[in-house]
Ligand binder design. Sequence first.
Ligand SMILES: NC(=O)c1ccc[n+]([C@@H]2O[C@H](COP(=O)([O-])OP(=O)(O)OC[C@H]3O[C@@H](n4cnc5c(N)ncnc54)[C@H](O)[C@@H]3O)[C@@H](O)[C@H]2O)c1
Length: 215
Amino acid sequence: MRVLITGTSRGIGRAIAQKFLSQGHTVAGIDLLPATITHGNYTHYFADLCSDDLPDVGAVDILINNAGGQDTGADIDVNLKTAIRMTEKYGVKEGIKSVLFIASASARTGSEFPEYAASKGGVVAYMKNVAMRIAPFGATCNSLSPGGVLTASNDRVMNDPALWSQIMEVTPLKKWAAEEEIAEFAFFLTAVNKSMTAQDILVDNGEANNYKFIW
Ligand SMILES: NC(=O)c1ccc[n+]([C@@H]2O[C@H](COP(=O)([O-])OP(=O)(O)OC[C@H]3O[C@@H](n4cnc5c(N)ncnc54)[C@H](O)[C@@H]3O)[C@@H](O)[C@H]2O)c1
């Protein structure tokens, strides 16, 4: 299948691209950083998704909106509006098989930076809107909401033993997810799943469920 993924130069998007490539699919990636993947079935489009012109990559079977950032000063533009523009251009059309959004646990709990939380909450609401509009094509649309993932974007807390220990105190499984594990979820939700749509999947090592039983 032809898979379009945003934000493929590093982190989760790069791991998702590599998962699809390893399974024999063709991947187009869009990023404002240069390509870091060298593979015969990978085409890199060097572009800022916030700019007026989105690159023309042709028809796609699967769209994965992954590019994003936190506390960028423009999180609604970077995380929400670019995902809407990409989906209206590539996802809402006959022939599409699946659309996936990488949202965040923040969309469920409201935690983290205010504009980031709002942007990801918007992504989940928009995902449900798209799911109904592409259902007539037989296509699924879901979002994946990771808690902490071991990516360079989290170096600040991952490299600070005191902050890391506080994070582990509130994380029941006492770990964060690897990029490769999030990529496995992304692959399953888009390439394997045929029946689940309009759902947000939380992958957070139990953090949002960390209740305190006071007796
Ligand atoms: N890492 C985590 O703990 C975590 C947790 C929950 C959700 N997420 C979400 O997962 C997604 C990926 O996160 P990550 O940690 O891999 O981030 P990352 O910063 O490592 O990678 C993001 C990629 O997107 C690209 N990008 C950002 N803005 C862009 C733009 N305007 N145009 C083109 N490319 C752009 C970057 O250049 C980069 O290659 C984000 O949407 C993020 O909010 C991450």
